[in-house]
Design a protein around this ligand. Structure first.
Ligand code: SAM
Length: 278
């Protein structure tokens, strides 16, 4: 009987060469947040990484995804991963050194990408920014591909994964929205665990969101329940590029057009709630 099993492709080979247990731990979940290996591989496959490429990852986490990427680009390519949590960055760096994965680990806020170090053929963002920063697209090479978590609408808990391509002139060419979601990006030094927004309606109502790091999404939820328009600010560097897909339609604001972002504040850059994949 002929063998009809599919020929192993580059990602299958990378999966064999890069055991997830090294990064996730023998129990499978050594670090938090930690994206399931199958989800990581699904999104890495969508990224279409090839040998020799220059790849930027934002959100090192367990370190697994960047190790896969390093195997895919091979010795002629390069992988840089940016992590805001110094402990996770240190852990990943040690694992890469111990297991000979050529990944450059940078501690920093990935919201600005890696200015001055591109262009990148591929960018993989395993976390969800408040809005997709224009700076990321400007750091992509012609015909580059970016995969990132995105928010859907203004309500907490509405997440998806976007695959964004730019054309030969680095203009946005195509945006695909896919099932899934990544944990929201952290702001440097953000620690506040609870957000509360108080409504003006009668009877008085208040919303408390555990784990929130800003009032933005609580305010959005409250406004939706009150039937009022609400516009969230953005701190996306270079301006927000990707308009958030709306989960529901709302009446236009009488004072601020829905497409206009209010002035930014550091405290307002965090959405919250629990995405589905990480
Ligand atoms: C879901 S994990 C990534 C999982 C990773 N792809 C893996 O293979 O384990 C998201 C990571 O993004 C990091 N992160 C959150 N905000 C960030 C920011 N502003 N800049 C860089 N990294 C950030 C988190 O600390 C976390 O490690």
């Amino acid at each position: 009987m002929p063998d009809t099993s599919p020929t192993p492709d580059a990602l299958d080979r990378a999966t064999d060469a890069v055991p997830a247990a090294i990064f996730h731990g023998a129990g499978g979940q050594a670090v938090r947040p930690c994206t399931p290996a199958s989800v990581t591989r699904r999104h890495v496959r969508m990224l279409d990484v090839r040998p020799g490429m220059n790849v930027l990852e934002i959100g090192t986490g367990s370190g697994y995804s960047a190790a896969l990427l390093a195997h895919l680009v091979g010795s002629s390519g390069s992988v840089t991963t940016v992590e805001i949590d110094t402990r996770l960055a240190r852990r990943a760096k040690q694992l890469y050194a111990a297991h000979a994965f050529p990944v450059d680990v940078v501690v920093g806020d990935g919201l600005v990408g890696r200015p001055g170090d591109g262009p990148y053929d591929r960018m993989f963002v395993g976390t969800t920014p408040p809005d997709v920063p224009g700076a990321w697209l400007r750091q992509l090479a012609p015909d580059g591909v970016l995969i990132t978590g995105v928010r859907v609408g203004d309500l907490p808990g509405a997440y998806a994964v976007a695959r964004i391509t730019v054309d030969a002139h680095r203009r946005p060419a195509h945006v695909g929205i896919h099932h899934g979601g990544y944990t929201p990006m952290s702001a440097p030094g953000a620690t506040a665990p609870l957000t509360q927004a108080t409504g003006s309606g009668k009877p008085p109502c208040a919303i408390a969101l555990l784990g929130a790091r800003s009032g933005a999404s609580a305010a959005a939820l409250l406004a939706a329940l009150d039937g009022k328009p609400h516009v969230e600010p953005t701190t996306a560097p270079g301006g927000s590029w990707l308009p958030r897909p709306r989960a529901f339609s709302k009446p236009p604001s009488p004072t601020v057009p829905a497409s206009v972002s209010a002035p930014s504040t550091t405290a307002d850059r965090m959405p919250h709630s629990s995405p589905t994949d990480s």
